[in-house]
Design a protein around this ligand. Structure first.
Ligand code: SF4
Length: 435
């Protein structure tokens, strides 16, 4: 029996897909990358933006023909959209056989057996019950892995559906995290990413004094771990102690992704982000002082309800002041059930698009300039995969998370090489191997 898994959205979902595969392989299923050859199709969904939901609906609609001509084919929907829409998905798309949530991935084999017996569609989406055994996943990479350190989120940013979908924040015991990472390293992994919606608040619910800086410190001491990354941070919890730990530990990547979302205090307040532009600038100044070569990336939302031209210009102003290496930019889209979706939004779409273009143009120029600063310098690079830029090229990543393309043989996958930067574009670098 073959299973085809398609993952939408963030790294947490990618990890969940690796867990789905673990539980199905245990039952004898094998993964296939060819959808037409599968007996089970699993869509592990994302609901962060309206656009993601629309894409999913199109996708499910497209599966109708395949379902009709493949007797016994099961279509299962998991992830955040399943967690949020539940039975409604089956109501809207009767071709769906199973809807399962983010907390009960371990239950999936049982649901499949039940579906085959009962013949009617099943929806099982509990609010809790996550299986905290971190070893239960099938790694898709031989040299890197992601490990969740927190599940859920307590922040309730007014535009975000995640806390409603993934539930309250729960930190995983440090001993479990360390044990699991040691096993991965013994198995050949050199790079670990610690995952969570807000990793910086790690430990607040644990019965111990450990915080995220303490966890970073403990994990970075594991012998054989060459590169340690983490994702995602929240500016309100990004402490000087974390900055100090990154500074002092050689194997922690000099990259911080710190979503600012807006440069206007008025908008930050309505977003319920719990920091001001002044607080954010203070954190950035400290990062730059303590770790001068740290790359800083961010997320920005434009067109939030009530955002005036002046508010938007404050965002442009802070981008120019900070000079982020990269920014992931989005036009606001309301999510049903969030506080922001109930706010009056009188800004016309064409104005939002104008804001968005100006933002993109400003940031792209800065990214191109910051990338040029790497030229003629040498960096350690983890070789990730074949490059899409040229047949003989490989793609790798600097410790500061910048992508670099360079000539080299496939046998270097998963190895660390020294690369000299010889050119730069907006979103990546060009290099040549020197060692
Ligand atoms: S920190 Fe805010 S944006 Fe991030 S997952 Fe939590 S509520 Fe959503």
């Amino acid at each position: 029996m073959k299973v085809f898994i398609e993952t939408f959205g963030c790294q947490v979902n990618e990890y969940d897909s690796e867990r789905i595969l673990y539980y199905l392989e245990k039952e004898g299923y094998k993964e296939t990358k060819i959808i037409e050859k599968s007996d089970i199709i699993i869509l592990n969904t994302c609901t962060i933006r309206e656009n993601a939901n629309n894409k999913l609906y199109g996708h499910i609609g497209n599966l109708k023909k395949l379902k009709e001509k493949t007797p016994g084919l099961l279509i299962c929907i998991g992830g955040c959209t399943a967690q949020s829409l539940k039975e409604k998905l089956i109501y809207d798309f009767p071709i769906i056989d199973i809807v399962f949530g983010t907390h009960n991935i371990s239950e999936l084999p049982e649901l499949i057996k039940r579906k085959n017996l009962e013949k009617k569609s099943i929806c099982s989406v509990p609010k809790e019950g996550f299986d905290y055994d971190l070893d239960k996943f099938i790694r898709t990479s031989s040299f890197r892995a992601s490990i969740p350190v927190t599940i859920g989120c307590n922040n309730f940013c007014s535009y975000c559906i995640v806390p409603y979908v993934r539930g309250k924040e729960i930190s995983i015991e440090p001993a479990k995290i360390v044990r699991s990472i040691k096993k991965l390293i013994a198995d050949g992994v050199i790079e670990i990413t610690l995952l969570g919606q807000n990793v910086n608040s790690y430990g607040q619910d644990l019965n111990s004094s450990i915080d995220f800086a303490g966890l970073l410190d403990e994990v970075s001491d594991i012998t054989g771990l060459r590169r340690l990354k983490f994702m995602t941070s929240h500016p309100k919890d990004f402490s000087p102690k974390i900055i100090n730990t990154i500074k002092n530990k050689k194997n922690i990547g000099n990259h911080i992704h710190l979503p600012i979302q807006s440069g206007s205090n008025k908008i930050l307040k309505v977003m319920n982000r719990k920091y001001s532009r002044e607080d954010y600038l203070k954190t950035i100044n400290l990062i730059r002082k303590e770790i001068p070569d740290c790359s800083i990336t961010t997320d920005i939302i434009v067109g939030f309800p009530g955002e005036s031209k002046e508010d938007f210009q404050e965002t442009i102003d802070i981008i120019k002041k900070i000079r982020f290496n990269r920014a992931f930019t989005f036009i606001y889209s309301p999510r049903n059930g969030t506080k922001a979706s109930m706010l009056k939004d009188s800004t016309p779409q064409y104005i939002k698009k104008k804001f968005f273009s100006e933002l993109l143009e400003t940031q792209n120029k800065i990214s191109a300039e910051t990338n040029k600063e790497f030229i003629d310098k040498k960096f350690e690079v983890v070789v990730e995969c074949k490059s899409t830029k040229k047949a003989s090229f490989l793609r790798g990543r600097l410790a500061n998370n910048t992508l670099v393309n360079f000539n080299g043989p496939d046998l270097l996958y998963g190895k660390i090489v020294t690369v000299k930067i010889i050119g730069s574009m907006n979103f990546f670098l060009l290099g040549e191997i020197v060692k």
